[in-house]
Design a protein around this ligand. Sequence first.
Ligand SMILES: [Zn+2]
Ligand SMILES: [Zn+2]
Length: 360
Amino acid sequence: MKRMVTRMKAAVFVSKGVLEIRDVPKPSPKPDEILLRVKACGVCATDVHALYGGESISGRDPFPLIPGHEFTGVVEEVGKDVINVRVGDKVAVDPIYNCGQCYFCQTNQENHCEHLEGPGTTVPGGFAEYVAVPAYAALKFEKLDFDEAALMEPLATVIYGQERARIQYADNVLIIGAGAIGLLHLQLAKASGTARVVVVDLDKAKLDRAKALGADAVFQQRIEPSSPDAAKLGIASRQRDAILDFSPMGYDVVIEATGVPGVVEAGVRYLKKRGRLLVFGVAPHHSEIRLNPYDIYRNDWEIIGAFALNRTAVQSLSLLEAGIIKAKPVIGKQYKLEELGEALQALAQGRADGKLQILF
Ligand SMILES: [Zn+2]
Ligand SMILES: [Zn+2]
């Protein structure tokens, strides 16, 4: 029988700065894949870096690319070997497509798979009417709306980050940046038995949302090195401010959620002894920071990275389904596929009022 619909609408990153909505062939699932009819897909800083910077996690030129890695949808078709989902199921997608055979896969570090592929980063993603997905990456959900469940991926990255930063009971945590990611970090830290969670941003409206989601204090303040020599002069020269006065010995964990290199540089001045700085925001691929190695040595500091997610998708979806992490207050403006360019501009220019999403 001839398939009725063989074409679909998709956003395509054609080359640096060039985005087109195109009519492209509808994918058909391989035996171990499902075909998903996309319902919601989040817009992420990674998409901004890909379109405007030509940057990709693979290190290769990403173009042309159907972007989008934070999506949910309805199973439209299943390949003959698929056993975990059925047509009609609602699913979210873990975007770590790993080989299962390399050293990193064999040591439970799938996010560092040597043959890592990802929807919307190296293979076609969710800013399209349909997308083919390996069945092992599909996670069913019941109660959530499609836009809420589309927070599964960003929350899974936040869970992985906080695992890496070893958030512990009674920790004081400072989160720099109150965008969607900062608000997810806030909710997860609060749910993890921390003592105080403090959020800093420049935007009053974002801080109001942080306050409503349980921040113990919020500060409207720019975080930047106090002088060009700040790193050289070291921690002994740090000036106190209201953020430090709130936790006078400093913070056990500082989470950088802006992607601005200078914020990483300045963030260390809020660390307690044995403090851990989580570098979470996606900085431009070619940038640099200055840190004082004596301070790192003398204070037992840790500077911790956390790339993407690693087997944290199930936990993420469970926390969302249980309502422990509230999705709706984190979601910002929602757009149509044709408006993706507008949404990317808003995110790039710091005008996002929460997680921006495309709805279908
Ligand atoms: Zn993302
Ligand atoms: Zn691998």
